[in-house]
Ligand binder design. Structure first.
Ligand SMILES: Nc1ncnc2c1ncn2[C@@H]1O[C@H](COP(=O)(O)OP(=O)(O)OP(=O)(O)O)[C@@H](O)[C@H]1O
Ligand SMILES: [Mg+2]
Length: 230
């Protein structure tokens, strides 16, 4: 049974929020009730607010921990109140698991971002027992970044569902964007769920999801990501 998915990225600002919010909207359109979480935010709650658009969840269950500074959570917490207590994250997650068809959790930055000095984002994904959906750049460099993320996940026995390649610049996909997904799959065995085209109308900070749900519908293999929900 699909518990949900943990949306991580090969980098920060790679499209995790746009894709997680888009997936929640597509699932809703298909009658699937997805819970959403951005467990820890740092530097504002724009991600959590965009995720909220496809749900009826209160902001505090989406984002139980909101840190002021746009820094890795361990440092942001140190600068305001010391240690982070993750128990509100686990109780909000357990509640969503019980009340929703599945839960989409957006990580913080990439897999090795420290939440505390002892708990990395990868450890959180492991604790929540969710497989990873890796968001990667559809551009030159993505083979290296994606394989590094796959290797870090495998070193921790974290299951990987698939990769979505995200076009973050306008214009038609260049050769690298076209060929890299096949190379990553050939080398790692991890399937590509597709490439999300560039959408000039999406703006996470302004709360605009643009055409991302329609583009996900048209370009992403949802039955690979949610095999028993769709
Ligand atoms: N397919 C796309 N086309 C155009 N712009 C996009 C696309 N996907 C994301 N963006 C834009 O790129 C920026 C980064 O996206 P997003 O906020 O989803 O990344 P993120 O990985 O969630 O970042 P963070 O690490 O800060 O949480 C945003 O301004 C967003 O609007
Ligand atoms: Mg985000």
């Amino acid at each position: 049974m699909t518990r949900g998915i943990f949306v991580t990225g090969t980098d920060t600002e790679i499209g995790k929020t746009a894709i997680a919010a888009g997936l929640a909207a597509v699932l809703k359109n298909r009658g699937v009730h997805a819970g959403v979480m951005k467990p820890i935010s740092a530097g504002g709650r724009a991600d959590a607010k965009l995720l909220q658009q496809a749900t009826d969840q209160p902001l505090d269950t989406i984002n139980p921990i909101a840190l002021r500074d746009p820094l890795s959570p361990n440092i942001a917490a140190e600068r305001e109140n010391g240690d982070l207590d993750l128990s509100p994250v686990f109780s909000a997650f357990d509640h969503l698991l019980q009340t929703c068809d599945c839960v989409l959790v957006e990580g913080v930055g990439g897999l090795l971002v420290p939440i505390t000095d002892d708990i990395l984002v990868a450890d959180l994904a492991l604790r929540l027992q969710l497989p990873l959906l890796i968001v990667a750049r559809a551009a030159l460099g993505t083979i290296n970044h994606t394989l590094l993320t796959v290797e870090a996940a495998r070193a921790r026995n974290l299951p990987i569902n698939s990769v979505i390649y995200n076009a973050l610049s306008p214009g038609p996909p260049d050769l690298s964007a076209q060929l890299s997904p096949g190379v990553v799959t050939r080398i790692s065995g991890i399937p590509s769920a597709g490439t999300l085209p560039y959408d000039p109308h999406v703006d996470v900070d302004a709360g605009r999801l643009g055409r991302v749900p329609e583009l996900i519908d048209a370009h992403i293999d949802l039955s690979l990501i949610f095999p028993d929900l769709l």
